[in-house]
Every structure is written in structure tokens, then in C-alpha cells.
Write a protein that binds this ligand. Structure first.
Ligand SMILES: Nc1ncnc2c1ncn2[C@@H]1O[C@H](COP(=O)(O)OP(=O)(O)O)[C@@H](O)[C@H]1O
Ligand SMILES: [Mg+2]
Length: 279
């Protein structure tokens, strides 16, 4: 189920394999994985710790090469046999689990940083735009504060604004809300959905939290235990806009259970194979 109002940000992952080779010991993290993500889709990725989710995200972002296969963005090859490492670009913005704001810059300066260093905007323009976007995200009052002076939830919102100022085609999120308490998380979810409704940016979102996955996603992709490939895709047929009342609907519970069954099966396999817990 993809958004009809977006025509950019389609990702095509075709037969991707990734083998790490630390000190000559091969670790196959992703094995012949294929996945089509539609333009403007919210695609949630779940699977056991260490199965290869971050590896896939890193390949899309251009942080790591792939060993085999191809990845396309809107029909253009990001990486493939001739170019195993994708270039890093503002068309694919990453938001990590551990915040990455510069502590010595205000939220507005953090948000403005990308367009300034890329020469896309003058400093004044970028700061002005940052202020407007922070206000749209409901944290305009915090624009002149430093990351250390705001809550983790506010900082995380500012990070998403910092990614969006570049007008990316894809947002790549790696367990961004993992360490948060349930209440802060639910506020984060509503604000992310609001951002999504406004921008229709394609979202590739890794999480361990199956309720989060169903609440936010158009589809939830359950990965196998390492090496990762797609095990099951759960189509989330819950209409948008969604809000916290969605969480108590029967359909929501059914879909969470469906995802849980698939993940549980893989988690047992991972446990039996002795996979280490990864942070
Ligand atoms: N840079 C690396 N060098 C060697 N092995 C790695 C590296 N990064 C990840 N791995 C291994 O690849 C596997 C998949 O890791 P990762 O993609 O981080 O999993 P996930 O995000 O699903 O928890 C793990 O076994 C991990 O130890
Ligand atoms: Mg990971």
C-alpha cells in the first residue's frame, strides 16, 4: 500500500548479499535479499538482533558496500556490480538511534548546517528555514536552545527536521526511539506521522518494537535470522490518519500478533544459533 501522492523515493533492493570479512573470517550479514519499496511508502523492517537490518540500511545510505546484487533509487542504480558502494547523498537522510546533533550548535544551527555546508542556502536563509521548520514540528520555541538543554524527544524531533531540510527522497531511521519510554515514544510516533502526512517522504524504519512497526507502517517486513532475507511482509491495512486510538483496535492487535509470530520464529532460530545480542 503506497501513497498515491508521492512519485519519488522508490527503492528497489535486488538480490543483495553482504559478506563482511573481518580478519579473513567471513560473516554473511545479508543473503540474496530482495525488496521493493514504493514511492512514499512507510516500510518498517523488523527481525532478530544481528540479522542484518542495519547492514541493509548502511548499503542504501552509502556507508558500506554490498558484495552482490543491486540497489536502485527511483530507477537509478545506487550500487551494483560496478559500483558496490553507493554515493552518500542528501536524497537519502539517516536518523540514528544515538542522537547525532552537534552539542555546540543550537537546534536551528544544527538544522541549518547541511544546506550551508552543501552551499544550497546562505547562512541567513538556512537559519530562517530551520526556524520555520522547527515551528512546523512544534518545537519553534527551542530553536535557540542547545541539544543539552532540551529533552531527548525534542532533540530527536530536531534531528528529523535536520534530515528533512534537505528535502530527501528517503528517510532512513535505525531504531530512533529505542531508548525512549512508552509515553515519549507515542508522542514521537504522532509527530513522525504528521511529518509523513505533510511530506510523503519514503520511510525505511528499523525497529524491534512490533507495535511501533504496525502503528507507523504501510508494510512491515520481517527479516529472517542472519543472514537477512525477507521472511514475511505484513500489509498494514489500517487507514491513515492514525492516532493513539488505533492502538486499541482489533485489527491493530491482529496485525501485531501476525508480525510477532513471524519474528518469534526467527528469534528462536537466532537464539539456537547462538547469535550475540547486539546493541
Ligand atoms: N563492520 C562489520 N564487520 C564485521 N561484521 C559486521 C560488521 N557490521 C556488522 N557485522 C555483523 O553482521 C551481522 C549483521 O549486523 P547488523 O546489520 O548490525 O544487524 P542488525 O542491525 O539486524 O542487528 C552481525 O553478525 C554483525 O556482527
Ligand atoms: Mg542494527
Amino acid at each position: 500500500m503506497t501513497s498515491a501522492s508521492s512519485n519519488r523515493g522508490a527503492i528497489s533492493i535486488r538480490n543483495v548479499t553482504k559478506i563482511y570479512d573481518p580478519e579473513g573470517v567471513n560473516v554473511m550479514a545479508v543473503d540474496d535479499c530482495s525488496l521493493e519499496i514504493g514511492a512514499g511508502e512507510v516500510c518498517m523492517i523488523v527481525g532478530p538482533s544481528g540479522c542484518g537490518k542495519t547492514t541493509l540500511l548502511n548499503a542504501i545510505a552509502g556507508f558500506h558496500s554490498i558484495t552482490e546484487g543491486e540497489i536502485y533509487l527511483d530507477g537509478e542504480m545506487l550500487c551494483g556490480p560496478d559500483r558496490p558502494l553507493a554515493n552518500q547523498g542528501a536524497d537519502r537522510m539517516v536518523v540514528f538511534q544515538h542522537g547525532a546533533l552537534f552539542p555546540w550548535k543550537t537546534l536551528a544551527e544544527n538544522v541549518a548546517y547541511g544546506p550551508i555546508v552543501q552551499g544550497a542556502m546562505s547562512k541567513a536563509e538556512a537559519i530562517d528555514k530551520a526556524g520555520t521548520m522547527l515551528s512546523e514540528a512544534g518545537i519553534g520555541d527551542m530553536a535557540k536552545k542547545y541539544p543539552g538543554e532540551v529533552s531527548s524527544g525534542m532533540a530527536r524531533r530536531a534531528e528529523i527536521v535536520r534530515a528533512l531540510i534537505n528535502d530527501p527522497r528517503v528517510l532512513l531511521l535505525d531504531e530512533p526511539y529505542r531508548a525512549m519510554d512508552a509515553l515519549t515514544k507515542s508522542i514521537m510516533h504522532e509527530s513522525l506521522l504528521e511529518v509523513y502526512d505533510r511530506t510523503k517522504v519514503t520511510i525505511f524504519f528499523i525497529t524491534h518494537d512490533l507495535e511501533e512497526a504496525i502503528f507507523l507502517g504501510d508494510r512491515v517486513v520481517v527479516m529472517t535470522t542472519r543472514p537477512a532475507k525477507t521472511k514475511k511482509i505484513v500489509d498494514v491495512d489500517i487507514p491513515r490518519p492514525r492516532d493513539y486510538t488505533t492502538l486499541s483496535s482489533n485489527r491493530f492487535r491482529e496485525l501485531v500478533q501476525e508480525a510477532k509470530d513471524a519474528v518469534h520464529e526467527e528469534a528462536v532460530k537466532a537464539f539456537e544459533a547462538g547469535e550475540r545480542e547486539l546493541a
